[in-house]
Design a protein around this ligand. Structure first.
Ligand code: UD1
Ligand code: MG
Length: 451
């Protein structure tokens, strides 16, 4: 039987945040969810998540499945106390218990599997992941001989010479449940922090083993925002490397961030300062950036986007967007469309080859193929209480500075005069003009000033 416990009840004071530490995000995913995702890969019988500080918020953030259970630790008296609360509530258990700190987010399932194998080979009471760190500040120091651990001393409780020990506790343990339950209630809080430490179980158990690994960044614990940003850097480097190996060109990778869940096709070029977030898909041969933000959107083959932001929308192939376009959620932009400077689109469908080149707001609209929207066209979709749709057929030409007062329907091949305020529907093949006629007064002179 394999049980997992993830310790996530602490406040995380060193983050200086109103949000619980484990809810801070790396590449768009919370620290806690990252640990859970790695544990799910082990197919454990149960995952207990120990929550306490802002427990409801933490519980709500988790992607649930049948194996996940929450245990409330209130008040939070330390990592050892968290495990005491677990063993008090879950009595009839056996086999192995993996305990992980919820703030060590980059741990891989593969490393956990190796820990379990090592634990089985040694027939240990507890095995824990250790590593040598050049700068071990903040970590518990592990004192071991031939991998058999005598004790762990927390940094705050170390004397000068103990601090020089570079072997640290990564906060990931594999316990034998029966051995642990015999001693867990003997833990005391006689230390500098007056907390009940899980690390004190090590000296109480006979066969405590150190599973020492070379740390490639996976064991980084996060206690403050400097460490959070270091981890983000580690993840970003890995993500971009994966895409580069897979056929994506980054002009200036350090200035770009890419979410883990985004997919990027072959021969895509990502220019400087470009950020692809959420679950986005960029198809082959696209050119994205510089200075572009894309979230939860699809961009199909050969499209080019420059200096623009796109949210939750679908851009088809051979589309040109930008510079300075803002595509808000729920837009469907068909092939060969051109969206240009200072154009804002929202909740709109554009058929193929629609052009909106300059200075427009198009919202809640459907626009037919080959229609051209002139510079400065505005769909006035809001009457103060409700939003209304604008429908424009194919092959139409909307004159510059047209205001379309929605709800409004214009047919196919409709032309509107520049500067018109269109309030009535227009049929196919018509011209709609709504502006005062120009008056020319000839031989007119300016009044001379009387003074
Ligand atoms: C802990 C270890 C330290 C190790 C380091 C690795 C102890 C005493 N020390 O220190 O040896 O090197 O992790 O990163 O365990 N938590 C609870 N309930 C509590 C207190 C904490 O669930 O009452 C949770 C926290 O939410 C956090 C985790 O336990 O996710 C670790 O707590 P933290 O305070 O970060 O421990 P460290 O000081 O990092
Ligand atoms: Mg920590």
């Amino acid at each position: 039987m394999l049980t997992v416990a993830i310790l996530a009840a602490g406040k995380g004071s060193r983050m200086a945040s109103s949000m619980p530490k484990v809810l801070h995000k790396l590449a768009g995913k919370t620290l806690l969810q990252r640990v859970i995702d790695s544990c799910n890969e082990l197919n454990p019988d149960k995952i207990f998540i120990i929550i306490g500080h802002k427990s409801q918020e933490v519980e709500n953030s988790v992607i649930k499945n049948n194996n996940i259970c929450f245990i409330v630790q209130n008040p939070q008296k330390g990592t050892g106390h968290a495990v005491q609360v677990l063993t008090q509530q879950v009595k009839k258990n056996k086999g192995k218990l993996i305990v992980l700190n919820g703030d060590v987010p980059l741990i891989k399932a593969e490393t956990l599997r190796k820990l379990i194998d090592y634990h089985d080979t040694k027939k240990a009471d507890v095995s824990l992941i250790t590593t040598k760190k050049k700068n071990p500040v903040g970590y518990g120091r592990v004192f071991a001989k031939d991998n058999l651990i005598q004790m762990i001393v927390e940094e705050k409780d170390c004397d000068k010479s103990q601090r020089l020990n570079l072997l640290i506790n990564a906060g990931i343990y594999c316990f034998n449940w029966e051995s642990l339950s015999k001693i867990i209630n003997n833990l005391r809080s006689n230390n500098k922090q007056n907390e009940i430490y899980i690390t004190d179980t090590i000296a109480m158990l006979k066969k405590s083993y150190s599973f020492e690994v070379v740390d490639n960044g996976e064991l980084q614990g996060i206690n403050n925002r400097v460490q959070l940003s270091k981890c983000e850097e580690t993840i970003q480097t890995l993500i971009k490397k994966k895409h580069m190996i897979g056929g994506v060109t980054f002009i200036n990778p350090a200035s770009c961030t890419i979410s883990e869940d985004s997919i990027i096709g072959l021969d895509v070029t990502i220019e400087a300062n470009t950020h692809i977030r959420g679950k986005s898909i960029i198809f082959n041969n696209c050119k994205i950036g510089p200075n572009t933000f894309i979230e939860d959107s699809i961009v199909e083959e050969n499209s080019e986007i420059i200096n623009s932001t796109i949210f939750n929308s679908h851009i088809m192939e051979n589309v040109n967007i930008g510079p300075y376009s803002h595509i808000r959620p729920n837009c469907e932009i068909s092939s060969c469309c051109k969206i240009g400077n200072f154009v804002e689109l929202k909740n709109s469908n554009l058929d193929k080859e629609v052009k909106i080149n300059h200075l427009s707001y198009i919202g809640d609209s459907n626009i037919g193929e080959y229609t051209n929207i002139g510079a400065g066209t505005i769909t006035a979709n809001f009457d103060g209480t409700k939003k209304h749709p604008t429908n424009i057929g194919k092959n139409s030409s909307i004159g510059a500075n047209t205001v379309l007062i929605a709800p409004i329907n214009l047919g196919d091949s409709v032309t509107t005069g520049a500067g018109s305020v269109i309030t009535k529907d227009s049929k196919n093949n018509s011209l709609a003009i709504a502006r005062s006629k120009q008056v020319n007064i000839e031989n007119w002179k300016k009044n001379k000033s009387s003074s």
